[in-house]
Design a protein around this ligand. Structure first.
Ligand code: NAD
Length: 374
């Protein structure tokens, strides 16, 4: 059996597998076929892949000779037309925003696995690409803010005068938010944090940040590790509290997301107008609409001297480690669908295989995607 790795679109710096991951495929008696230059933006050359036992080929060859195709981003129509019948495609396809694409792929007879949809259970942690990539995004968001911010993060008492510490506000203490707290703390910022999940309060405090509580959030304990939408009344009370913290903050990092929905607006234009000139907002929820009224995805908006940077692709700014962790997540998942003889074995009794499968046997299988199509 052959696993093929595609070169991603030009906007993507990551790659599904690095040369270091190929030894595991070899151990499973699985061949690796890599599109030429697939790893170039992650600093993995064709020679390195070849030294690790892979064959290097052009895109058409990879598509037409692979049983499992790995591509972080969705394939094009031309790609799909070139695939082997019944091939497995595995990537981060955001099916809740791309339901019609899943329908098209189902009709072509593909087995579509979107690893971003894997159930967030303990067993799935080693395959959780959302977590591995969000961790990087949280870290990079703080570094980006530190670069843009025209002042120091840490407090200094020097002969030339005193510098107060930067005040940071973090909205959303999920994987990215927690990593942002840890990184900003190391740089000496003073940090306040909001999240709708009270369970996260202890983690926030143990990282040395202040958790600002707003009572009465909707219970998300049954949402499989994701946040849920809040009532209008809660959002109003939360906004009033957030406004107080925004007015004091020099840097805001926003990470609040709700799976399959538009991101909640937590910061209004009026709040931004109350911030000091030179302040910085990094919105990593920008690809799903952003957490501020002024966010534009993949753009920096400057409003009254406040820079609002909308970037949900920060993991791609650290492509070597992002690909290293993504590739390990992928290998852990492949172990579920490749048997001891190195053959494809799709066991839909396994909740992780079932949960991440979007289409098989010419049908869309995921209930939420089906509901969107209906
Ligand atoms: P996410 O990226 O979907 O959202 C980021 C954060 O925004 C979440 O903490 C969420 O509660 C918060 N948020 C949503 N709406 C908000 C609002 N209106 N105001 C303030 N905050 C809001 O989440 P994520 O980082 O992918 O994961 C969240 C949590 O899920 C993790 O911290 C973890 O506890 C759990 N998780 C479990 C597993 C697992 O067991 N396999 C894996 C990953 C995450």
């Amino acid at each position: 059996m052959t696993v093929g790795v595609l070169k991603e679109p030009t906007s993507e710096t990551r790659v599904s597998l690095l040369p270091e991951h190929l030894a595991t495929l070899k151990k499973w008696k699985v061949d690796a076929l890599i599109e030429s230059n697939a790893g170039a933006s992650s600093f993995a050359s064709d020679d390195k892949y070849a030294e690790s036992g892979a064959k290097i080929s052009d895109r058409n060859n990879v598509l037409s000779n692979s049983d499992i195709i790995l591509s972080i981003n969705p394939l094009t129509d031309a790609d799909v037309a070139t695939l082997k019948p019944g091939a497995v495609v595995l990537g981060v396809f955001q099916p809740l925003f791309n339901a019609s694409l899943i329908k098209t792929w189902a009709a072509k007879g593909l087995n579509v696995f979107s690893i971003d949809m894997i159930p967030r259970t303990t067993r799935a942690q080693s395959m959780d690409v959302l977590s591995s990539q969000a961790n990087i995004a949280g870290y990079k968001a703080v570094l980006l803010a530190a670069n843009k911010y025209p002042k120091y993060f840490p407090m200094f008492m020097t002969a030339a005068g005193s510098i107060p510490p930067a005040k940071m506000l973090i909205l959303g203490a999920g994987v990215a938010g927690l990593q942002a707290i840890a990184t900003a703390k190391r740089l000496g910022a003073v940090i306040e944090v909001f999240d709708t999940r009270p369970a996260v309060k202890e983690e926030v405090m143990s990282l040395g940040a202040k958790f600002v509580e707003v009572e009465g959030a909707a219970d998300a304990s049954k949402a499989g590790g994701y946040a849920v939408e809040q009532s209008e009344e809660f959002m109003q009370r939360q906004k009033a509290k957030i406004a107080e913290s925004v007015a004091k903050a020099d840097i805001v990092i926003t990470t609040a997301q709700i799976q399959g929905r538009k991101a909640p607006i937590l910061i209004t234009q009026q709040m931004i107008e109350g911030m000091k000139s030179g302040s910085v907002i990094i919105d990593i929820a920008s690809s799903t609409g952003g957490n501020t009224e002024l966010t534009k995805n993949n753009e920096t908006v400057v409003h009254n001297g406040v820079s609002i940077i909308g970037n949900s692709a920060l993991a791609g700014d650290m492509p070597s480690d992002a690909s290293k962790l993504y590739g390990k997540n992928v290998l852990n998942f492949l172990q579920l669908i490749i048997d001891k003889e190195g053959q494809l074995h799709l066991n839909f009794e396994d909740d992780l295989v079932k949960g991440s499968c979007m289409a098989t046997n010419n049908e869309v299988t995921n209930d939420r995607v089906k509901a969107l199509l209906a």
